[in-house]
Each structure stands twice: as C-alpha cells, then as structure tokens.
Design a protein around this ligand. Structure first.
Ligand code: GLY
Length: 575
C-alpha cells in the first residue's frame, strides 16, 4: 500500500525507475526460490539486489563485488567490509582512500553487541586555531586545497584495528581485491568520470594525480576508460600483514613525511607514530519499537537520532511519504537538528552533552522549536555533493557493518604523494576555520569545533544500524557532506515510518535543510506540485539534480535486500 502510494507521488521518470527497481527486486526474490544466489556473478552493475547468505552495498560496484568475494571465501561481515573499503579507495579515489579516515559501526551477532570505531583524521601536532588566518582574515581555501588542509590519516589504523578485533583474515587477504583493481586497472564509473573532468585543471598541477587520471596529452580520462594505479597497488602490497607499522612508522611514513617537508606541510613522523583509532560507545535512541544505533561525536549520528525522535508516528500521523505537510515538518526538524549540531565536536576536547541531547525532554523541546521556529537567516547558497563514500555489509551469521569513509572534498587536498599513489585528504576543512566562517559545505564554524593539535574535526558521516527485538532489521549510511545527515534521516524514515522497501526508500526524491543558509535544497525529481506547495508555505527552494548518495540494506530472515543509490551508481551485490 505504502509503496504504491509512494509510486503515485513520484514524477514519471522516477516512477519508471522505481517500478524497474521493484521489478528487479521481485525478479531477484523469485530467483531466490530457484537458486540461493542473486547478482554476485553478473557483469552489469545493479543497484538493487536480494541475497540469502550475504549482502554488500557500496558506491562502487567493483568494491561491492570485492566484499562478496571475501564473504564467499569464508570471511565475515567485518572482513568483507574492510575489503570493500580498500577496494572503493581504489575505484572511487576522489572520495576516499588510505590517505583519509572514517567511522565504522559494527554489530557482532554472537555477543549481540554494537561497537563504534572512530578512525577519523586528526589535526597535526603543529596545527593552531589561527592557522588559516592571513592578514587578520580567515582564508578557508587554505584548509581546502593544498598541504595545510591535510589531517593525519586514520584509514589504515582503523582497518587494522577492526580486522584484528573482529576479522578472521590477514590484511593481505582482504587487500587482494584492491591490489588487483589498482594494479590491473578498473573502469572509471560515470560519477568518477565527471569528477575527473570537473577537477582536471587542479589535477593537472599535481604530478601524481595527472599521471593517474589524465592522458599523456593532459586531457582527462573519462567514464569507461581504464584507470591504473600501479603505485597505489605497490603501496598496499608493501603494507604486508602489519599495515600499521609500515604505514605509520615504516617506509610509507618516511615517504609521507618527506613529501610534507618538501611542500611546507605540518604533518610529522610524530603525528603518524602517535595516531590511534578510538573505540567509542555507540549511541542509541528508540524509534517506534525500533532501536537505532549510531556513531557518537565527532560524528553527527546524534543529530540524526534527535531528528528521528522528533518525527515519531504521532507527529507524522496521516502524512504520506514526501507529502508537502510531511516535508514541512521535516524541514523544520532538520533546521533545529542542524542548530543543535553546533554543540557537537571531538568529545576528547569538548564536553558534548550527548546523553542530554538524546533525552526525551530535549527531543520534545527540539520538536517544539521546530513547530514554532524563530530564525534570522543568512543569504542562500547551494550545497553540493562532495567526496566521501558509504558501504554496508550483512553476513549470514547476522553480523552487520555500516561504515563511511572520506578524504573530504573531491580529490581531497588535490595533492598526492606520487611514489605511494596516496591522495591526501583535506579533512582540516571540517574544522571551524574561524567562528562564523562557512566551510566547503556552507556549515558555519563554532568554537567547539576549532582547530587544536591532535583533535578530530566534526563530521557529517553517520552510518546507522537499526534493530527490532534485538535483531538488526536495517542499516543505512551515505555520502555528500551535510546531506548525509538529511539523507540518512529520510531513508530511515522511508523504511521505518513509511514501510518502503530498501530500493524504493533510496529512490524517493529528497530534500536538505541545514538551518543556514536559509534555503531548502530539493531534488529535481520531487514533483513540481510538491515544490510549489512548499513555496506557497514560504520556503525558498533551490532545485538541484541530486543530493548525496544513501545506501540501505533491509534484513529479514533469509532475505537481505540491498540498495545502492542510483544517484552515484555503485552496486548492491547479494548471494
Ligand atoms: N568530510 C566530510 C565529513 O566528514 O562530514
């Protein structure tokens, strides 16, 4: 019922897509009765799949296949997620990679317990709160493009920590698919092709990036072209089975530090040697009989939990998915959620009162603020889909991993260490360059998120896992800066409140509101009548082709339904 209503509210193009997706899902479900496999061996990428034994959803189809290959070799969800992560670092190099860092939410079925791993980049020890001020004025470009944007990478330390604690394989076994993709080459996706084209002028000025992503005549490689990253393959291989020693204290560290020195960077051997990922306590909130688990700060997981709590069934009663009154409530709740986000930061440096923010009374207060908003909005600007990638894995034993990883904006600092094939992150831009100065995502900086040596910047990355009666029933996560928060919220609501299947939940058009600037960003697939209804309510809209990408897996006994987001491509691979 809910699904057909949702289809009726969509424009024709999306109706067609959603109908196709549902047909594919139905066909795959039928195939399950004939043979317990779906699309694991098919050549054409599919963004929707059904599986029995395992499911991997990634913004790269090659990477999703890498994860399933590891599951088939006997690996668990953690092994598969880490293999997918290394592989997507090769095939979506503009978004993530071993020069970056991320968050990982893990459910281990045997002990019925959640774990949250923070392996986000840290500010180098030589960094200072005023490092981006020039002649008394903040220069946010310094944090975004170039060597001063680079934070200490956490990716390899995070992968190693998760693998040693919960994996069953050695690093080289999970790295093998990534090494093959990098060494033999992979076919550039539509999404990557566009990113290379857009960034070509900047890629040209970096020897390592131009060597890999541009042709000898300087023109950009395109979607469908094969990209080979031999140096990255060699670096991954050279990490052996003790990747932390090699990356943070060995030859990789030496090459990274030499590069930093030569280019005026701040990162030193001590920064690398001192880097540690943090196991943190996951945060949790009830939603309509479900238990929703998320990453704690410096993730924005708490913001999603607050917003979800403010949109319970009592508040949504009688409203259809993407109906104008529903969207109006969503907008107001998002606005207040983003205002609360200003209190979030690295909890090792700032007392974030996360338990208080998640109390029922605070959530009721947020809802009250949403229903009676008082804001004085700054001028509008458009959000834009930046880097970052999300992936989701569920295995046959009930383990689930949801992780989001990033080098921040597209191609990070737009610099690479050529001999290592490592693209450097620009994660320092996620700090407040100076109070009130917006970052690349137009998010205004607050004191809590000011640069400090060894601190981790506030992030929008927010993978979640939802249980019912103690068993995981769904997981979702996304990419695209702050649109991750609004996207994860909407896909979660589409599944939990509107009972859509994973494919339809991901396909529904989305909106984004982040308090400042005062503009609601709306996907062009949102029906024109809905958009004009919102305008009549007084909302200023900015229509964009797509917001960020959000993936989802719904988990039922012997039926895993995975959906990658067609907005960015990628793959859902089940078996
Ligand atoms: N660098 C994007 C984020 O962490 O939100």
């Amino acid at each position: 019922m809910a699904v057909s209503k949702a289809l009726m509210s969509m424009p024709r193009r999306i109706q067609f897509f959603a109908a196709c997706s549902r047909a594919i899902a139905l066909l795959l479900a039928l195939a399950l009765f004939i043979a317990p496999c779906s699309n694991a061996d098919s050549a054409a990428p599919q963004t929707s799949a059904v599986g029995v034994h395992g499911m991997v959803v990634s913004e790269s189809d090659d990477a999703a296949h890498a994860g399933v290959e590891i599951l088939k070799q006997g690996g668990n969800a953690v092994d598969a997620a880490l293999a997918t992560e290394l592989a997507v670092g090769v095939t979506n190099p503009a978004a993530c990679g071993i020069g970056g860092g991320g968050f990982m939410l893990i459910y281990i079925a045997k002990v019925r317990h959640f774990y949250a791993l923070d392996y986000r980049e840290t500010a180098p020890l030589q960094s200072r709160p005023d490092m981006y001020i020039r002649n008394g004025k903040p220069d946010e470009d310094l944090a975004r493009d170039g060597i001063l944007g680079v934070g200490v990478p956490g990716e390899i330390a995070g992968i190693d920590a998760a693998l040693r604690r919960f994996g069953t394989m050695k690093f080289q076994q999970i790295a093998a698919p990534a090494e093959k993709l990098a060494g033999d080459g992979y076919v550039a996706s539509e999404h990557l092709g566009k990113e290379i084209e857009t960034l070509a002028p900047k890629l040209k000025s970096d020897p390592g990036l131009s060597q890999v992503f541009l042709k000898p005549d300087g023109s950009p490689l395109k979607a469908g072209d094969t990209i080979v990253a031999k140096n990255l393959a060699a670096t991954l291989k050279g990490l052996g089975n003790d990747p932390v020693t090699n990356f943070y204290r060995g030859e990789v560290a030496a090459a990274l530090v030499a590069f930093m020195k030569a280019h005026g960077g701040l990162l030193t051997a001590a920064d690398l040697a001192n880097y540690r990922p943090d196991w943190r306590d996951p945060i949790h909130h009830r939603y309509e009989g479900y238990d929703v688990y998320a990453m704690p700060p410096p993730s924005s997981g708490g913001v999603v939990l607050e917003m979800l709590g403010a949109l319970d069934s009592g508040h949504l009663a009688g409203l259809g998915v993407n109906s104008p009154p529903y969207l109006a409530r969503l907008i107001e709740v998002m606005r207040q959620g983003f205002i609360d986000r200003e209190q979030y930061a690295d909890p090792s440096f700032v007392g974030v009162e996360i338990q208080k923010l998640l109390t029922d009374s605070h959530i009721l207060e947020l809802r009250e603020r949403a229903m009676h908003p008082k804001t004085s909005p700054p001028p509008p600007a458009a959000a834009h889909d930046h880097g970052t990638t999300n992936l989701l894995v569920a295995d046959k034993d009930g383990n689930v991993v949801a992780l989001t990883t990033t080098i921040n904006t597209v191609f990070g600092a737009k610099m690479s260490v050529p001999e290592l094939g490592i693209i450097l992150n620009d994660e320092m831009d996620d700090f407040a360059v100076a109070p009130g100065v917006p970052n690349a995502y137009h998010l205004e900086g607050e004191l809590a998120n000011q640069v400090r040596p060894g601190k981790r910047p506030l992030s929008s990355m927010t993978p979640i896992i939802v249980t019912k009666n103690g068993k995981p029933v769904m997981t979702t996560g996304g990419s695209g800066g702050p649109t991750i928060i609004s996207g994860v919220l909407q896909v979660a609501l589409n599944i939990l409140a509107f009972h859509l299947d994973a494919t339809s939940a991901v396909a529904e058009p989305r909106i984004h509101e982040q308090a400042a600037p005062d503009v609601v960003i709306v996907e062009q697939a949102m029906p024109a009548a809905t958009r004009s209804a919102l305008e009549q309510m007084g909302y200023k809209l900015k229509v964009v082709p797509n917001l960020g990408a959000v993936g989802a897996i719904t988990i039922a006994p012997a039926n895993l339904h995975g959906a990658a987001d067609p907005r960015k491509g990628g793959g859902a691979v089940g078996y």
